[in-house]
Design a protein around this ligand. Structure first.
Ligand SMILES: [Mn+2]
Length: 330
């Protein structure tokens, strides 16, 4: 479609027009939402409110409890628990690399639904009629900040907290390579609205749940390496997941342990989600584009952080993926 050829400013203007042209919206993000997904959902809701529009926020999965402080987060409907029987003609999807990441919520799109797709994943499949896709944005929240400027909206403390949370979580606490001068500039402006960066960092990045530590303890005992020590991985069986009572958010950050080891280029976490299904998370030190590897298994993501699912037993998934990563390192 010709839409992809629009400049970033033109894309933002098209998004503004999309919002002006519709009255009632469905706001959706990806399944198993992270900080950027929830923040972006809440930030879009805030924009719509400023414009006097009505909306419903829906996600297939539960909103992790730790994001409940964000304005509007508790109002996000969990579609897997509370299916909505309304069809929407206008949809705003945020932080979804591809249409499938929307999950079951896409059942609530009318047949002629118009979709505004706002995202920063380089593997985007460009679903939807209107796009704002900026793959060098650190977070979808960064794009929404730009949209607020385009729409000449005056930020407040609540929405600043949303944008800051998206930036903080998607940059790993302003540490990943996506922490651009622009990110720091936006973050510094957001701090002037009275949000507390230290409290947010402690809450989102430092605090560990008991079940996370239990998982970490179990998974470190599976830590393995390739012969040259450039690839490292850990695995978690379904049994361990069940015994530790871990929820999805407890897995966050585990993949960084193999990745952070000196000399390791690619770190991975293999999580058995069903007897014949394994979820793989990838982190790269930079040499290997793990988005491409994940994509070759039907997944996606970013150059340094990606994921996919593999059908088969845990040992099979590890063998398949590790051999592919080895080839990428040659
Ligand atoms: Mn994101």
């Amino acid at each position: 479609m010709s839409k992809q050829k629009l400049s970033y400013d033109e894309q933002l203007a098209a998004a503004k027009q999309f919002i002006q042209e519709h009255e009632h919206f469905l706001v959706v993000s990806h399944i198993q939402p992270d900080g950027d997904a929830i923040s972006s959902t809440c930030a879009v809701a805030w924009i719509l409110e400023q414009c006097g529009k009505s909306y419903v926020m829906v996600n297939e999965s539960q909103t992790p409890h730790k994001f409940h402080y964000l304005r509007g987060a508790k109002a996000i409907i969990q579609h897997s628990k509370e299916p909505i029987n309304q069809l929407f003609d206008a949809v705003i999807a945020v932080d979804c690399a591809d249409f499938l990441r929307i999950g079951s919520v896409s059942q609530a799109f009318s047949e002629t639904a118009q979709i505004l797709n706002i995202d920063h994943h380089p593997t985007s499949d460009l679903f939807g009629q209107v796009h704002v896709i900026k793959d060098d944005a650190a977070a979808t929240a960064e794009i929404l900040y730009d949209l607020m400027l385009t729409m000449q909206l005056k930020l407040d403390k609540d929405v600043s907290e949303c944008i800051y949370t998206g930036l903080l979580t998607d940059t790993g606490g302003f540490r990943y390579s996506n922490t651009s001068p622009k990110v720091m500039k936006i973050a510094s402006e957001l701090l002037t609205y009275g949000i507390n960066g230290n409290t947010l960092a402690e809450h989102l990045l430092e605090t560990l749940s008991f079940s996370h530590i239990q998982l970490l303890k179990k998974s470190l005992s599976t830590l393995s390496f390739s012969d040259d020590y450039q690839i490292s991985w850990m695995s978690i069986t379904q049994e361990v997941v069940n015994n530790t009572g871990a929820s999805n958010e407890d897995f966050e950050g585990l993949v960084n342990y193999p990745r952070n080891i000196e000399g390791v280029e690619v770190g991975m976490l293999f999580k058995q989600t069903a007897p014949e299904l394994v979820k793989v998370s990838f982190r790269s030190a930079g040499k290997v584009d793990v988005a491409q590897i994940a994509k070759s298994f039907g997944g996606g993501g970013h150059i340094r952080a990606a994921g996919c699912s593999i059908e088969g037993e845990l040992s099979f998934a590890i063998e398949e993926v590790v051999s592919k990563v080895k080839k990428a390192l040659i």
